[in-house]
Write a protein that binds this ligand. Structure first.
Ligand SMILES: Cc1cc2nc3c(=O)[nH]c(=O)nc-3n(C[C@H](O)[C@H](O)[C@H](O)COP(=O)(O)OP(=O)(O)OC[C@H]3O[C@@H](n4cnc5c(N)ncnc54)[C@H](O)[C@@H]3O)c2cc1C
Length: 418
């Protein structure tokens, strides 16, 4: 046997699992298809400053394991307040939407919508269920704010409001405290976590076969054997059947893979010489069907100021077909509609294209209409010598860095106890 345990994927789940197993008597090899560690924690360092094209925030810094890792590694993070300036119409004064108020007021509407869908004979989409519980709007601005909040919920879930299950919209847990971000890049966490672990980069796994007393893993660089294997590849890779399983995975797992959706959320990051927008969390333009970017996050640190444009679902897929130049033009035009045209142009521009990424085929999982959170639990169950980790196996915290990391730790503990 090459190792006691082979871990497939060096994202936060794989690294969390390897780090925890290293404290045990098990020997571990991590096989990673790409040329870097971190997976969807991805900091582009090709320009004058680090730019995160994957995960951005620690969501809720109290009790969050990523806060603990940042502290342990001495990595600086900054707080981020998610307040929004909503622009009802081009050229009009924006409205300040306080994040805590939104969370409370809109959260209770989401609860009502979820209850409505749960009591209905069939599941409804977030959009349809919200229409059932929507208040009477006094004017277009009130309606606009409501629609903007539904879109914001879609952005958080990496799905279009007409795809997301209303029954399950409020499931899952979150940590208390502020959100924080890393001005010098989120990948500092994955890089530091990876230290000392035997990671084989550019090793793409294409089949996993049961053998006597263990498992054989075939890669583009040869074969590896181990007593146990932990599979942490993204849901998009499982959906795409990139890896062949011999014997096949049980039908319950195949069904869960099919039922859950791999959402698409893309970022358009523009760095400017000087800030020309108000100092706030997010800018939200008047929403229209043609809009590529649904909102912009305003980022500021000791580096240059930058804006992150967010595209989700169908629009995120549309973005992937556009050239950088067109994508940048469309983002700038939306920003200028809100804050005016100061003639500023970005000095650095980067856009993510997660659906086309061969190692993820999407951004992160969500529960679509007619699926449920139970699918996450089915995905997390071990099958013979195979263990499963990754954000789409964590029904408490799916779609997050901490959820991925904790799922890796969970499987390490399961293996250590077996
Ligand atoms: C745009 C975007 C923004 C986000 N924002 C946030 C945020 O602000 N906060 C937050 O908490 N989370 C955020 N997330 C989600 C978070 O990044 C993920 O949930 C988390 O990083 C997933 O980790 P993972 O280990 O499960 O998967 P991954 O990080 O995808 O790791 C899986 C690894 O498997 C490898 N792999 C794939 N196929 C094979 C193969 N055949 N053989 C070998 N290796 C393979 C991949 O290359 C990858 O390295 C965001 C994600 C995206 C895309």
């Amino acid at each position: 046997m090459d190792a006691s345990v082979i871990i497939i994927g060096a994202g936060m789940a794989g690294l969390g699992c390897a780090e925890r197993l290293m404290g045990s008597s098990k020997s571990v090899i991590v096989l990673e298809a790409s040329s870097r560690v971190g997976g969807r924690v991805y900091t582009n360092r090709s320009s004058s400053m680090p730019i995160d094209l994957g995960a951005q925030w620690i969501h809720g810094d109290q009790g969050n394991p990523i806060t603990a890792l940042a502290k342990k590694f001495g990595i600086e993070s900054l707080p981020f307040i998610h307040d929004t300036l909503y622009y009802p119409l081009s050229g009009q004064e924006p409205l300040h939407l306080n994040n805590d108020t939104i969370e409370e007021e809109f959260g209770s509407c989401l609860q009502k919508a979820s209850l409505f869908a749960s009591n209905a004979s069939h599941d409804l989409s977030l959009k349809d269920a919200m229409a059932k519980v929507s208040p009477n709007f006094k004017n277009d601005t009130e309606k606009g704010i409501w629609d903007a909040q539904i879109i914001r919920t879609g952005l958080i879930n990496a799905g279009d409001p007409w795809s997301i299950s209303a029954r399950h919209i409020q499931k899952g847990k979150s940590f208390e405290g502020s959100d924080r971000w890393f001005p010098d890049g989120y990948d500092q966490i994955s890089q530091k976590l990876a230290r000392g672990i035997d990671i084989r980069l550019n090793h793409s796994v294409f089949s996993i076969t049961k053998i006597e007393n263990g498992v054989m893993v075939d890669t583009n660089q040869g074969m590896f054997t181990a007593q146990k294997v932990v599979i942490t590849v993204p849901l998009g890779i499982l959906k795409g059947r990139v890896i062949e399983f011999n014997p096949s995975l049980p039908s319950s797992k195949l069904k869960a893979i099919q039922m859950l959706e791999m959402g698409v959320l893309n970022k358009t990051v523009m760095v400017f010489e000087d800030r020309f927008w108000p100092r706030t969390g997010h800018l939200m333009p008047p929403q229209s069907d043609s809009l590529l970017h649904k909102s912009f996050s305003c980022m500021e640190s000791y580096h240059k100021p930058f804006l992150i444009g967010w595209s989700v679902g169908e629009k995120a897929l549309e973005l992937e077909k556009l050239s950088d130049v067109i994508c940048s033009e469309r983002a700038l035009s939306t920003i200028r509609q809100m804050v005016g045209d100061t003639g500023e142009n970005p000095i650095v521009f980067e856009a993510s294209r997660w659906a086309a990424d061969l190692y993820t085929y999407g951004s992160y999982s969500f529960v679509p209409v007619n699926a449920s959170f139970d699918e996450y639990d089915v995905l997390s169950q071990p099958f013979e010598s195979l263990h499963f980790a990754g954000e789409a196996t964590n029904s408490d915290y799916p779609g997050t860095v901490h959820g991925a990391y904790l799922s890796g730790v969970r499987e390490a503990e399961r293996i250590a106890e077996s």
